[in-house]
Design a protein. Sequence first.
Length: 144
Amino acid sequence: MAKSKTTHTADRAGDLYEAARENAYVQRLIEDEDLRDNLKDAFNSAKKAYGRATGNGKGTVKAVTSDKKVQKEMRQAAEALQEARERLQKPKKKHRLGKLILLAIVGAVVALIVSEGARKAVLDALFGAEEEFEYTSSTSINGS
């Protein structure tokens, strides 16, 4: 039994959707706002350069080689694409070390709050051990 054209199109769309969800580049594009901004900037600059180069009546080659505004827009497009490429190549940062350090600090603070022995050990390490002394007065109660 042959599938209808609609069913085949729906199946194909589902396959494309699954492939896109699993693609690391698509995920980065969804999650990284700066990457999207770089790509938008590149597109807008290229669009402006193309419009100026084709709409000036001089010819495209002459516009690209002599028109400073076209060159500026092309340069901006290239820079934005370069930044987007760099963002795509950088592995996504995982903050495992930061989380581990934060957990250690929180654990240390809790230990200091809960344990008097830990507080004493930290204070002794920071300020030196307390010296025990006995005070004896050199004066008498009678004034003699």
